[in-house]
Design a protein around this ligand. Sequence first.
Ligand code: PEP
Length: 249
Amino acid sequence: MRKKIVAGNWKMNKNLQEGIELAKTINRQVEDNDVIVILCTPFIHLTEVRNVITKDSLFLGAQNCASEASGAYTGEISADMICSTGAEYVILGHSERRSYYHEDDAVVNKKVKLALANDLIPIFCCGEVLQERQSGIQFEVVRSQVEKGLFDLSVEDFGKVVIAYEPVWAIGTGVTATSDQAQEMHKVIREQIAEKYGNAVADNTSILYGGSCKPSNAAELFANPDVDGGLIGGAALNSADFMGIVNAI
Ligand code: PEP
């Protein structure tokens, strides 16, 4: 059975003290059940937030990792360093990284492999921009990102990956994909995985929706058969909103 997951992407928000407070509140409120809740914090928060977590269903993640293993890459943070903090997940290929930092599919693919080699579970993001949806090429765009980012992985490694479909036009805009739009794309992705790795692997892959998910729309989105949870940005910065989404699953 694939896992239900709600992951919060704090992005570049919260100083260390604010982050610890938020993590403490969420840790208090998370119930130990079969929903996996992940806090993807800024790098500098990881170790401190790790120390706050006491619940079995609450996990820690980073938002990026370097595309090289180690060495003279000033300012970068490696997958090994992230793993050494106790983090178990890492968001890769987020649209903000793809657009502001020019990360292409090849770079994202290198990061995915480094993450897996260092025992981190990639939360691999894919999604089309508005113009691509308006031109009707959204499925082609997302299928290409998934193929180039993930399809040279072994079946064993692919089986560890979590996918997040995040239509770029819905990220941080307040505009959410409709429940039907989310389900339609998630189904396309799952079918693509089935073609490449077989039905059993496709059935076991968690595919999250991300893009202006809130407590008021989460239940409808998560009710879809191919939507296995959410990657949450803005609403992850407030414990009431975030827990409202966690409890909607
Ligand atoms: C995100 O950036 O991953 C995201 C889903 O953001 P938001 O929820 O703010 O749209």
